[in-house]
Design a protein around this ligand. Structure first.
Ligand SMILES: *Cc1c(COP(=O)(O)O)cnc(C)c1O
Length: 342
């Protein structure tokens, strides 16, 4: 089979079960999946999509590539997700959709966001690249909004090396989505009603996913041990702010960010970054810069996102992966404590 072969079909079916959602469609990567989720609605060019600038560039690029305008909403101080209470003030007669991002293993306030979307008749597409296998009060993150996108890039909690999917519960999207993924064609016919692209997942990537899915529970348990150690050592340390633990969310322990707040200690993110680099530990300024500060967004109205800016200028994502030895986590914490207590 050259496309949608047996491995593709099997991974799709396994994911529908695993994520407890009616439909999963696989893609070459998460970004194209998100572009096509926006594309499917044929929004008029220049329509506005309310989103967060505190994300990976892909989110904002997917909006721009569809000829739509990102309107940036600030984030919450406690969990760094888009602040649902600030959405309504940004709605205009051009607003068509909301594109929030679940970040670091924290979930957005999906109930409030879906409620606002219903009230104003807006579509909701969640960027769930960080939220694979998370649950809110037992409901899988795949079940909110019109679509959720998951990325299966090599750096994510579940990966197919490169890949991604959309999850959704409505039957009406399926045929068009498959068409957009495959040259605009209705599969197994000669009909080409859509302007599509090539965003198919290959059999090799699907096979990789089938292997990795079997080990996911074990990977998550190891990530949890890493994060529990970080939290035990770094909670309550002056100058280091941690994300809250969302009590009703079963996290996937995807990332461990710290926000270095110089107001208590005069220690900066750059100082922590350098001290760790000196002992061979690589951290990431993730997310920095804000996507609203990208050159390609220079012509947009200036974003009023003070808290996103504050976090982005101080955040450092510490190493967090399933093969990371807890002894190394201790060593990283020792170094951080040495720097901030100096
Ligand atoms: C990884 C990521 C993407 C893009 O996914 P790809 O599969 O790499 O295309 C989009 N949004 C966020 C928040 C991500 O972390």
């Amino acid at each position: 089979m050259t496309h949608t072969g047996p491995k593709h079909v099997k991974l799709q079916e396994e994911l529908e079960k695993f994520l407890n959602v009616k439909h999963v469609e696989l893609f070459a990567n998460g970004h194209l999946a998100m572009e096509l989720a926006l594309n499917i609605f044929d929004f008029p060019k220049g329509s506005e999509v309310i989103t967060t600038p505190f994300t990976f560039g892909s989110t904002t690029q997917a909006i721009l590539r569809n000829g739509l305008v990102p309107v940036f909403c600030d984030i919450r101080e406690d969990d760094f997700t888009m602040d649902a209470e600030k959405i309504e003030a940004l709605i205009t007669d051009k607003t068509v959709a909301i594109l929030p991002v679940h970040v670091y293993g924290n979930m957005c306030d999906v109930k409030r966001i879906d409620e606002i979307a219903k009230k104003h008749n807006l579509k909701v597409i969640y960027d769930g690249a960080h939220a694979f296998d998370e649950k809110l009060d037992g409901v899988d993150s795949s079940n909110f909004g019109d679509f959720t996108m998951f990325s299966f890039h090599a750096t994510k909690v579940f990966n197919t090396v490169e890949g991604g999917c959309l999850t959704f519960n409505s039957d009406e999207y399926k045929q068009k989505l498959i068409g957009l993924r495959q040259f605009g064609q209705i599969v197994h016919t000669d009909a080409v009603p859509y302007i599509g692209t090539n965003a198919k997942m290959t059999e090799v990537h699907a096979a990789m996913g089938l292997c990795n899915l079997r080990h996911l529970d074990e990977y998550l348990a190891r990530r949890k041990a890493v994060i529990d150690t970080y939290r035990a050592r770094l909670s309550g340390v002056p100058g280091i702010k941690l994300s809250v633990v969302q009590e009703n969310v079963r996290s996937n322990y995807a990332y461990f960010p710290i926000v270095v707040e110089e107001k208590d200690t005069s220690v900066t993110r750059e100082a922590v970054e350098k001290a760790l680099m000196d002992i061979g530990v690589f951290t990431r300024r993730y997310f920095y810069p804000l996507t609203s500060d990208f050159e390609c967004c220079a012509d947009l109205p200036k974003a009023d996102v003070p808290y996103a800016k504050y976090v982005s200028e101080r955040v450092l994502a510490l190493p967090c992966y399933s093969d990371l030895d807890v002894k190394d986590v201790e060593r990283i914490c020792d170094k951080i404590l040495e720097v901030v207590k100096k």
